[in-house]
Design a protein around this ligand. Sequence first.
Ligand code: BEZ
Length: 340
Amino acid sequence: MAELQEVQITEEKPLLPGQTPEMAKTHSVETPYGSVTFTVYGTPKPKRPAILTYHDVGLNYKSCFQPLFQFGDMQEIIQNFVRVHVDAPGMEEGAPVFPLGYQYPSLDQLADMIPCILQYLNFSTIIGVGVGAGAYILSRYALTHPDTVEGLVLINIDPNAKGWMDWAAHKLTGLTSSLPEMILGHLFSQEELSGNSELVQKYRNIITHAPNLENIELYWNSNNRRDLNLERGGAVTFKCPVMLVVGDQAPHEDAVMADSGGQPQLTQPGKLTEAFKYFLQGMGYMASSCMTRLSRSRTASLTSAASIDGNRSRSRTLSQSSESGTLPSGPPGHTMEVSC
Ligand code: BEZ
């Protein structure tokens, strides 16, 4: 019998007829580290945090988050929240190339720009959604401004500076790699790259032909990140609930925090939407009647799994624990891990 092969399927569920994306308004604010641009969708909802996103290197808010936020099932979630999508400096559409010698902000400085955005918008709290470098930036922000972060969704984060430096050293051994190929190697796994799917071709094309490639290189180089110094039970902990997402295509998936490979927000928007809905429900923001039958049954099985295994557990889809192995959250936070 022919061997069965696992096939990667990109979920597509576009907006239904009559479902139109909400109006977007783009703003720029000056900060001590330069100007930052962000786009706001929807209107502020009383007593609800804003969802604030931060994209990975080589992308901008649209190329990183549009497939997720325009996914059909996502609409019932996001209609309840105003969204703020931040573009790292020089990554916004039409951004001019920075002059030679321009000092690009460090990731910690990028995190320090977020209060200026929230002050400008008069928003007091957020739920952060970040991918890769964006996940690091939002983590750093959450650690320095814990009272303003109600929840964090961290996709493919590597909070460990050593892990990042090892990865960078490994990548640098391929000295012949061009910047776009290095970035693609950060975003996708080797398996995905050699499969050269339509998605990989699309992102290779976007990055290779980016008019702001010099700016992208600066964001790339700013990635010499500091260790977040998170330890189980340690002094540095998140005070909010955290949803950790690891792409199945991430080469270091078993290390929980992947630094490259797999963009689940592009390839698995349905799974991610469902997990996000469950996460928000845990925070008291989604009535359980809004949940799909599938998530309701997963909720039931999760609850029982959590009571049997009090320690950190990990399944292919969802697991939840009061403590996570690498990114602990002190009470009242909880950590939920999602592999997709
Ligand atoms: C949003 O509705 O938040 C959204 C729409 C398009 C692209 C990104 C986000």
